[in-house]
Design a protein around this ligand. Structure first.
Ligand code: GLC
Ligand code: MG
Length: 424
């Protein structure tokens, strides 16, 4: 929360399954497009919030399976758990608030009387969330009867149906929308209300997000019937909510463009390098572009040309040192040699590179300290490093442009990785 000194330019609050993450896209192309866009143009002044139905256990599992960015705020278990930052520090105030008119034991006792309900896995049962599966044709009827019963017992609850199968029971004050409203209020008291908020979802538990005032919303093209129906009944005429024509993360990018919330062209969609030159120097953008180049180079998706290597030399200080995660120190000559020999070494290997959590500070005039995590995957295998680099916004002759001064990387995972093919 304290990462930004002032109001976020954009706050994206996105659901994960079938919204940010497309489970029908084994190569994760649209997710990687979003990641590149976010890190290049938004990370430094905007906020990324993931809002998922998953418990912390299943959320962490998803992070291992998919190339997801690290959000600033994570809202889990259908808006009943809010955590901040990388280390996921819980919001205790939110937990307190949800205790009102809530008694978990009464909820389990009453719901056990419904034979149509099948309890979900133990990990998905949380302090303020009790979850079941129920068949589509039984859902409405059960939801009504259950609400009546719980009300009789003095509870004020919310019953939500999602994905045509999941039924969640939460305190009335909970839910993805209420959690967002709570964050907005918190930001407001700090004088840091985001300039724009975009909410993104695909299923029933996301409807709540779209009912918060003053937000833009996108229902991805593959949205579930229950969300589209909610929209038709409750928000039809609202021009700030669209049903995208693109699936999942591509639909989010589409919405950024539609509502004019900022740049909406992912660096991954730019094939002409001249097009990548941005007007204002933004180190994050150059880092993203460089690692995209590395991916395409190693996949041999571009022609081999000495021009690129000459370009790398020209944009590196002669004193440049790359402290490789193995501890070896490489000069610019070593690096160029490495680049020359790795051309095409990942061809046909599903090799992907993405960067996460770029943070940058101008530490002197035209000198920037940039820190980020870099991930590389080849099929199932994934490795990451934390990189700290010093870059300059002027080259040695004083001309505007990105140049490398120093780079230091350390492995992120404890496992002893093979480092022979970790090039840059
Ligand atoms: C996630 C959760 C599940 C919940 C569903 C809908 O799949 O794991 O417990 O019912 O989202 O909110
Ligand atoms: Mg979803």
């Amino acid at each position: 929360m304290d990462r930004l000194m002032s109001s976020a330019r954009l706050m994206i609050v996105s659901d994960l399954d079938h919204t940010m993450v497309d489970h029908h896209d084994p190569q994760n192309l649209s997710l990687l497009r979003f990641n590149a866009l976010w890190e290049a143009h938004y990370r430094h002044d905007s906020l990324l919030v993931f809002s998922t139905g998953r418990s912390p256990t299943l959320y962490k599992q998803l992070r291992k399976e998919k190339p997801m960015l690290t959000p600033d705020i994570t809202i889990m278990s259908v808006g009943t758990e809010i955590t901040y930052g990388n280390s996921m520090v819980p919001d205790e105030g939110w937990v307190e608030f949800l205790n009102q008119k809530w008694d978990r034991n009464i909820v389990t006792e009453e719901s056990s009387k419904f034979s149509e309900l099948t309890l979900q896995a133990e990990t998905e049962q949380r302090l303020h969330k009790v979850s079941f599966y129920v068949l589509k044709d039984k859902a409405l009827e059960v939801m009504k009867a259950l609400s009546v019963q719980l009300e009789k017992r003095g509870l004020d609850v919310k019953v939500i149906y999602s994905g045509g199968m999941d039924l969640d029971i939460l305190p009335q004050g909970a839910g993805k929308g209420q959690a967002l409203a709570y964050l907005h209020k918190k930001f407001k008291t700090e004088g840091k209300l985001p300039q724009n908020t975009l909410v993104c979802g695909d299923s029933g538990n996301d409807a709540d997000l779209f009912s918060i005032p003053d937000v833009y919303g996108v229902m991805v093209s593959n949205a579930q019937e229950e969300l589209l129906q909610w929209h038709a009944e409750n928000a039809k005429g609202n021009p700030n909510i669209i049903h995208a024509t693109e699936r999942c993360a591509a639909g989010i990018i589409q919405a950024i463009g539609h509502f004019n919330l900022g740049p909406s062209k992912s660096p991954r969609d730019i094939t002409n390098p001249l097009e990548t030159i941005s007007e204002k120097f933004e180190p994050g953008h150059d880092i993203v572009t460089f690692y995209l180049f590395l991916e395409r180079w190693r996949r041999a998706e571009m022609e081999f040309s000495e021009i690129y290597l000459a370009g790398l030399r020209a944009t590196s200080f002669p004193s440049y040192v790359f402290v490789h995660p193995s501890g070896n120190e490489l000069s610019i000559n070593d690096c160029i040699k490495g680049m020359r020999s790795c051309y095409g070494d990942k061809q046909g290997k599903q090799y992907q590179v993405w960067v996460d959590q770029i943070s940058r500070t101008e530490i002197g005039s035209n000198i920037w300290l940039v820190k980020f995590n870099k991930w590389e995957s080849s099929g199932e295998e994934r490795r990451g490093c934390v990189a700290t680099t010093v870059v300059s916004s002027k080259d040695l002759s004083g001309i505007d442009g990105f140049s490398w001064v120093h780079m230091h990387q350390s492995w992120l995972d404890e496992a002893e990785p093979k480092d022979q093919d970790w090039v840059y």
